[in-house]
Design a protein around this ligand. Structure first.
Ligand SMILES: [Zn+2]
Length: 107
């Protein structure tokens, strides 16, 4: 199956898209919307993630949990903007990264 970006339709993984999402910024509030990404590569680093996530809205912080047994990592993102969190989930869930299908959901 050819790689097709869900954001721009280009031939790259959606996670690696450089296009900025068109989201109108809401007023920040103090609620945190947590997004969980399962099946990330085991060798993902904070630098890799920072680069991949830079065009996906205002992410306050993120954590990587590595699971050596399953050779994958889970990542938790903290958004303060619900629309941006939902946009990320809707566009990245079920996309492939390094031959694994990412499972993305709000927690
Ligand atoms: Zn793209």
């Amino acid at each position: 199956m050819p790689i097709k970006c869900r954001k721009c339709g280009g031939p790259h993984f959606t996670m690696k898209c450089g296009k900025t999402p068109t989201i109108s910024k809401l007023n920040d509030n103090y609620t945190t919307y947590k997004v969980k990404i399962m099946n990330m590569p085991i060798d993902i680093t904070y630098d890799n993630l920072q680069y991949m996530l830079k065009d996906w809205g205002d992410i306050n912080k993120f954590y990587i949990n590595k699971f050596d047994k399953y050779e994958c990592s889970n990542v938790i993102l903290h958004y303060s903007n619900k629309e941006q969190a939902e946009y990320f989930v809707n566009n990245v869930n079920n996309t492939d990264l390094n031959y694994k299908t990412l499972k993305v959901f709000l927690v």
